[in-house]
Design a protein around this ligand. Sequence first.
Ligand SMILES: [Zn+2]
Length: 177
Amino acid sequence: MLNLIDIPNANHGAQRGPGEIDLLVIHGHGEWVVDLNNDGGLGRGRIWHCTDWLRAIGLSVHAWCLPDGRIVREVDSWRKAFHARAFNRRSIGMEFAVPGVWTYDKLQRAWRTGHPAQLYTDLQLEAGVEWFRARAVEHDIPRAAASVRTHRQLDPGRKTDPGIQFPLESFVAEFTR
Ligand SMILES: [Zn+2]
């Protein structure tokens, strides 16, 4: 049983119809973000919660999966969200929040190097795969490995999320089971 919270995000695009969505995208993001460049406009060094942060910088995702397994829905999955550039039109995205306070560079380094080794929680991964399975049913997306991609796989020159710590193989095995 998923524990769902709704925090709507107005940054979204058009409604999509049956058959237009065929991809589920896994993202990673710091749960708390240190804004070193004042990109959020409320001051250098301000710490933001991830859901507020994405809204402030004009982006969105369909849902967040928090470390305690709660899911925050921000854009209806039939609508286009702004999370994966060229793939937004055909995809549904989920951000897995990495526990703790992170600067952009520190999290990039963790994702690239694999240190620390554990970033995601079991509760979170279980809730995330259940949510992905439910979206596959809702949108008639095949429960196949080809239906799931990480952000890094879609945009390898620019993106490293969700990092090498994300247990993609077991996640996809559970998704397709
Ligand atoms: Zn991403």
